[in-house]
Design a protein around this ligand. Structure first.
Ligand SMILES: [Fe+2]
Ligand SMILES: [Fe+2]
Length: 284
């Protein structure tokens, strides 16, 4: 039995949901915990999504013709539908952030340049390995977000990001294994998968930090010592974003790993009941 056959595929259908968020509710530049470091982290993540998720779609679509399994074919269609919608919603959010004075265009261009370089220089198998690794990153961050609703959704200041994060996190968990399964079915180079992920996990936070510094620089904003302390606690304190995520990232680096070995289903089951305010924003 090959490693690809040891974990049953998640046969649940992946269904894109049409959502309507009111981006005008983003009114404060530094809305996330009133902290410029954490707010720019949210902007950096959001800025990375439109071109990043288009890259994800293209890397999976490249191998779509090679997939015989009708279940995986249906999941690919669901994955593409979900990621395309995420891209569009984050574009709207980014435009609103730009209108508040954040240099979103600059960091989106920075991310786009990096993605274009990957498209030019790497073969399709390696590009798909990047997607599979980044899907593990997003599913991990999604789990933290849904398990830490107080910390992960911006504190007192209401913004559309809270609902967006819940919806996006839920769909990321739903489709977390699709790129991985396509990689296994069409490429299946386990050493390469792990080697690419090691690089992706290391550079992910560096890229976020570069974008944060760019945003703060363009806004001539210097965080206070208190901001730095609070951001450090958020990231590295007990149960913090990064201290919790670090070992979760590492699980992906084990030979024979499959995303479905991490059970996150309880976080998204009955989401209508758990998050009625998000369900109310679904239009189709
Ligand atoms: Fe997404
Ligand atoms: Fe995704």
């Amino acid at each position: 039995m090959t490693a690809a056959q040891t974990v049953p595929m998640n046969a649940k259908p992946i269904k894109p949901r049409r959502m309507s968020f009111d981006m005008m509710n983003l009114r404060e530049k530094y809305f996330f915990h009133d902290n410029p470091i954490l707010s720019t982290l949210m902007y950096a993540l959001s800025a990375s999504f439109p071109d990043g998720e288009r890259f994800f779609i293209d890397t999976v679509r490249h191998y779509q013709k090679d997939i015989d399994d009708p279940v995986l074919q249906a999941q690919i269609r669901g994955f593409i539908g979900q990621e395309a919608h995420h891209s569009r919603i984050h574009e709207d959010f980014n435009a609103q952030a730009q209108s508040l004075g954040m240099a979103m265009d600059k960091i989106q261009k920075h991310f786009k340049n990096r993605i274009d370089t990957a498209r030019r220089r790497l073969d399709p198998g390696r590009q798909l390995a990047i997607t599979a690794a980044l899907e593990h990153v997003t599913a991990t961050l999604a789990q933290w977000t849904l398990e830490n609703p107080e910390a992960g959704m911006g504190g007192e200041n209401h913004s559309p990001l809270r609902e967006m994060l819940i919806w996006h996190a839920m769909e990321e968990i739903e489709h977390k294994a699709v790129a991985f399964d396509v990689y296994r079915a069409a490429v299946n180079r386990e050493k390469e998968r792990i080697m690419v992920a090691k690089i992706v996990f290391r550079t992910f936070w560096i890229q976020m930090a570069i974008a944060q510094v760019m945003l703060l620089w363009h806004d001539r904003k210097i965080p206070s010592l208190q901001h730095i302390r609070d951001a450090w606690r958020f990231m590295w304190g007990p149960g913090g974003f990064r201290s919790w995520a670090a070992p979760e990232f590492k699980r992906y680096l084990v030979r024979g790993f499959h995303p479905n070995q991490i059970n996150q289903n309880h976080l998204i089951e009955q989401w209508h009941a758990t998050y009625p305010e998000v369900a109310a924003l679904q239009t189709a």
